[in-house]
Design a protein around this ligand. Structure first.
Ligand code: URA
Length: 200
């Protein structure tokens, strides 16, 4: 796919999401003047980060990971010499669920196909999942033999896989939000990011 085709494909996804009145979160989005958060970064990225769902800051600005979790993500990227513009950052669920609750299974099923299309367009070599929801979604998609394991077992481990004939590895990582008040987990995230440094 050419870069122009990638831009075009991602723009189509954005337009569809903006007009997605059938979404279980559409009314909540409209009532709060929120935006869907599609994703941001390099359309030719080798590394794609997949989080859970936008929080309030993200829904107000349409930018992924722009609040407290985003500051941690930036620190982690910095630690291995990467910038946001080197990678692509998105979520499974594209609209903010109420009250910062976890994404529901229905929301994951509803928004998953948009993420699948983003992966097919960007064709990253590595999908770094942030938190257990995106880890489970991606490992299920890859039909990985590791898909029943917990994030405690899999974080920081490179899991080879392929999607539609394209070789892609998954790197499960803890969600940066979990590290806001937990220094030990933050240290683990820094250590796990070193794995990414070796791969990129
Ligand atoms: N948490 C997420 O999972 N995604 C965001 O974009 C922000 C916070």
């Amino acid at each position: 796919m050419t870069l122009d085709e990638k831009h075009q494909g991602l723009k189509e996804i954005k337009d569809e999401l903006l007009n997605l009145t059938s979404s279980p979160l559409y009314e909540y989005r409209q009532a709060n003047k929120y935006y869907p958060v599609i994703g941001e970064g390099n359309h030719e990225a080798r590394v794609m980060f997949v989080g859970e769902a936008p929080g309030k800051n993200e829904a107000l600005t349409a930018k992924p990971f722009c609040g407290a979790s985003g500051r941690i993500l930036d620190e982690l990227l910095n630690s291995i010499g990467l910038k946001r513009s080197d990678v692509y950052v998105t979520n499974i669920v594209k609209d903010r669920p109420p009250a910062n609750r976890d994404p529901s299974p229905e929301e994951i099923i509803f928004y998953g196909p948009f993420l699948d299309r983003q992966i097919e367009i960007i064709e990253p070599e590595i999908i770094a999942t942030l938190g257990r929801f995106s880890m489970k979604y991606i490992l299920d998609k890859f039909d990985s033999s590791e898909r029943l394991r917990s994030i405690g077992e899999l974080h920081g481990r490179v899991i080879p896989g392929s999607l539609k004939g394209l070789a892609m590895s998954v790197l499960p990582l803890y969600h940066p939000a979990a590290a806001i008040y937990n220094q030990a987990l933050k240290n683990t995230l820094f250590k796990d990011f070193q794995v990414l440094k070796v791969l990129t």
